[in-house]
Design a binder for this molecule. Sequence first.
Ligand code: SF4
Length: 725
Amino acid sequence: MEIIRADAAGFCSGVKRAVKMAEEVAVAGRRSEQRPVLVYTLGPIVHNRLVVNHLAEQGIKGVESLEELLEKNSPDTECQLIIRTHGVGPGVIQKAKDRGIKIIDATCPLVKRVQRLAGDLIAEGFDVIIIGDRCHPEVIGILDWTHGQGRVISSVEEAQAIPYGTRLGIICQTTQTEHTFQEISAILHEKAREVRAYNTICPATRERQEAARSLVKKVESMVVIGGFDSANTRKLVQLCADSAKPTYQVETASQLDPTWFKGIQRVGVTAGASTPDWIIEEVVNKMLEFDQESTVTQEMEDESLKAATEVDQGENTEFSPSSSENQEIEEGGVQDSFEAREEENEVVETLEEQLTRDMPDLRPGTVTVGKIVQVRDDEVLVDVGGKSEGIIPLKELSVRNLTTAREVVEVGDEIEVYVVRAENDEGTMILSKRRADQIKAWVDLEAAFESGQEMAGEVVQVVKGGLLVDVGVRGFVPASLIERGYVSNLDVYLGKVLRLRIIDLDRNKNKVVLSQKVILEEEYEKAREELWATIEAGQQRPGIVRRLTTFGAFVDVGGADGLLHISEMSWIHINHPSEVVQENDEIEVYVLAVDKEKQRISLGLKQIIPSPWEKAAEKYQIGEIVSGKVVRTVPFGAFVQIEPGVEGLVHISQLAPYRVERTEDVVNAGDEIQVKVIDFKPHEQRMSLSLSKAREELEAAEQQEIVDAYQAEQTEAEDPMVVGE
Ligand code: SF4
């Protein structure tokens, strides 16, 4: 069996430092020539029973609470309290100091950094979200640095439930997994106008997780060494178990079961950050005993982890029960050791600085500016500076459904991008323009919602019950809120730009509901007020035909509907308004009358087109014989239409040269006749006609023609020369 040790496992620099400080304090306490020194830790100094037992043997005891420690404190002894790597809140330290207890602060510098960030964010007015386990002492301490104002969450569901805020500061427990931070951080980034996120996962934690993740792929089973109450060890166990490989956690070598390794060719070994090397050695040696032919190898170091590992290698402090028991501390040795700790502290701080300096804007969840260097149909390559490039997949380009990336970007464009993943499985950074746009859009939408500002949105999709519009994110316009009236066909809006106002916005639910109707209604109301203040009879106004009835049409004249009666539509007789206008026609109308009290407007259309009588005045003269059609007969005569809109009366006395009893004895409706104009008053729209005179003149003319023709024939017969010519 080949036993492969993870290239990063066991004690981290923070734990090494804390244990070393505790050992030195214990030795110094034993050598004190003044009052007896009692040294305590608030809770176990690390989550490892064996390490705690070892320190207890040196006189360092654990207490569960500050109150328990205060009870033990007496004037006859000097009481010292070691703050463990997880740290505590400022209240605990102050309370202990007030009671004369000396504080030995072994809080890991990386945890201190998180505490400092928590306090700074609160001071700057951010709502602080701590991603972590709310029962873990590190998180309890960090929360205390926010004066209890921070909020602890540990799941995607809790992140989704966070209400939308103005400024959000995100930090996380140092032992969280990268995946958890990225997943929750991505959700929180859409929860506030301004988000400041700090990936405070400790490099040692990340390094051990990465090493375990790498190793588990190469072996058939894993052994994880560490305390059962150690958060980072549990994370390693979970990470290995997620790979579906058998994973066993042990605290000591005695817990190993030889049956776990039957038939196994390759087994991996890793350990939590609170596991000392000597326990790892014991476990590996025990595994070797199970199979005498076993070999031990070290997993190859990953280049990306080198810097962090070098820090560990640079620390020459090794912990083992024997080394601490046997060490001799010279005069001033404690002081020297504390100086060494300060140097070590600086090393950790340097690592921290490097972490923040090297990845300023490219951590998942951040937004940065990039330049497009290549556009393909299905993705875009973006230079985000610092010799880094990332890919925007097609679906991350826009809220719209695109068929090619070329629809929205081109090479050379500078755009804002959201870092989705620092690296995918192929080592490529994944970016999103859509999410960066959405983050910005939500800020604008929130402001627009508060101010009621109008915005433009293109209709990108027709869905059941309404339209989807592009307003930076996808907004919904219900069908009933598109126009002032009923909309029967939504398809006509596709691709059109609507004027919109947000009427409901819930960033948590990713919901934006907009209305165009509310803008149109307001404008209509305003126009209505103006209309009633200015409209007068005799005006000519533009209007839109809204509705047709059998008796006319209702025309919107910009704030109110007026009635255009059928009789006022045309100079000629019509049977239905649709012969003249159609719904939605834009027409000019004449205001016939206005009743502001009853809010009624009477409109005319024929008044603004030339009257046929005006034209007739130029065409017809008295004495002229014209053709016409009998349109109706009455007892006193017959009405004859000379042309559309121009009718004249043939009085019964003008029907024939004799006395006529009934009009119908001479003419009937529909007869085409010729009449003589005997009187014409166009301005009164009156024309008097005579059928008898027209017939008389026409017959006389006809007879004259016959006579003229006869005489011409006679002349030709009497003068043969004329014929012979
Ligand atoms: S923060 Fe990291 S380095 Fe510090 S104690 Fe925890 S695991 Fe160790």
